[in-house]
Ligand binder design. Structure first.
Ligand SMILES: *Cc1c(COP(=O)(O)O)cnc(C)c1O
Length: 395
């Protein structure tokens, strides 16, 4: 039974929305200074006439879309890129007024209505989709021209119309009522590779498509082509705008592009030690006893697990940072908790902060380290942290 006094102190889930509560168990820290720094670094790479679109899809690669969007716009980005209509609405509801391009495909009546209502800007991937937009806006009695962005497939084989049909496609959209061409764009498939053959071929295709449109006498106000890798690789790919995701968050698409600018990781993942105990040599640890203590060890339990986004495949392979020391994780990673061998820090205290990703007294563990261990890419690691980990923005 709880006493009256204790009941008074019980918080609601809304009251948990404070740093004091965020930092109780496990959380993600977002370094806004690093975010601004990365945007300024990117701006320095671009000419004055090239705009910077910060790609904030997937909740800003797991960093929290609203906070990130507001910070990058203050720091020198002028456009935002999202993948879906709800992602765009979330930003508008939070008061973000910058132009927002939806990079994904949209086609339903509901999506088109929401795009028009919230002043979002769609990608048009095919003539058929352009007709659906025009007809739907007609039926709505839409009275201004909706800015639309024409997507060409120059070799990625994902969204877009084949670059060879660029002229016909642009001409069709140009003639449709209720639509105004805001940009022509395409996406690179291999810009992170040191071998630039495919990238250069895509570049030629994009150039040829631009020529087709020019010959028809159609003026497209904005051309854009480059993701992070393209932006870092070749200024000839910058055109009127670049669409940068990964670098905004402080990561490089490939090792050979690291020297181009100085980026700082924005995200840190932290949790607290919840229990410390001694374990005798030969004792099995965690589910399946996939780790047996080789000698007497000091063990710490930490309140974070795979349901927070720590990949279970890192079991027995990852390290964390405590007091600037690298500490091995041991045993199977469980849903809500992990175990550490803290024999190196015999006086460790319950409640101490553990850094899973981030920097602690000069030691650093990055999403690249996890990605290399898991055979994946830093993009996927950053996107993998769940909403159970609150995002705490640090000025
Ligand atoms: C996600 C995305 C980007 C950003 O890619 P990064 O490699 O993270 O810079 C750019 N353009 C399009 C179309 C995308 O889908």
């Amino acid at each position: 039974m709880l006493s009256g006094e204790q009941i008074q102190s019980i918080v609601t889930s809304q009251q948990c929305d404070t740093y004091a509560w965020y930092s109780q168990r496990a959380w993600v820290e977002i370094d806004l200074a690093a975010l601004s720094h990365n945007v300024r670094q990117l701006r320095q790479l671009l000419s004055d006439k090239t705009q910077l679109m910060a790609v904030v899809k997937a909740d800003a690669y797991g960093h929290g879309a609203v906070t990130v969007a507001k910070t990058v716009i203050e720091s020198g980005a002028s456009w935002l890129g999202v993948a879906t209509v709800p992602e765009g609405i979330q930003l508008r509801e939070a008061g973000v007024t910058a132009p927002i391009l939806i990079l994904g495909a949209t086609q339903t009546r509901e999506q088109i209505h929401a795009i028009a209502h919230w002043k979002l800007q769609p990608t048009l991937c095919s003539p058929k989709q352009a007709l659906v937009f025009s007809n739907t806006l007609e039926a709505m009695n839409f009275d201004v021209a909706l800015p639309v962005h024409i997507k060409l497939d120059t070799g990625m084989s994902r969204l877009g119309t084949d670059w060879r049909q660029a002229g016909e496609f642009v001409q069709l959209v140009e003639r449709l009522p209720h639509l105004r061409i805001a940009s022509l764009y395409s996406h690179l498939a291999t810009a992170d590779s040191p071998d630039q053959t495919v990238m250069n071929l895509q570049h030629r295709h994009f150039e040829e498509a631009i020529q087709q449109v020019k010959i028809l006498g159609i003026e497209v106000p904005c051309l854009h082509f480059a993701n992070t890798a393209g932006t870092l690789t070749n200024p000839a790919l910058h055109y009127d705008m670049v669409r940068v995701g990964l670098a905004v968050y402080g990561y490089y698409p490939a090792e050979h592009l690291r020297h181009r600018i100085n980026l700082k990781p924005v995200m840190q993942v932290k949790a607290r030690v919840t229990q410390v105990k001694n374990i005798a040599a030969g004792t099995g640890i965690s589910y399946g006893h996939r780790y047996i203590a080789p000698n007497n060890i000091r063990l710490a339990v930490v309140g974070i697990g795979y349901a927070d986004g720590i990949p279970r495949h890192l079991s027995n392979k990852m390290q964390v940072l405590i007091r600037g020391k690298r500490i091995p994780q041991i045993g199977t990673i469980t849903m809500d908790q992990i175990m550490l061998d803290v024999s190196n820090i015999p006086d460790i205290q319950e409640g101490e902060v553990v850094t899973l990703l981030g920097t602690d007294q000069g030691e650093q563990i990055t999403a690249d380290d996890w990605a290399n261990e898991l055979g994946t890419i830093p993009w996927e690691i950053l996107c993998s942290f769940k909403h159970r980990l609150p995002r705490v923005a640090l000025e």
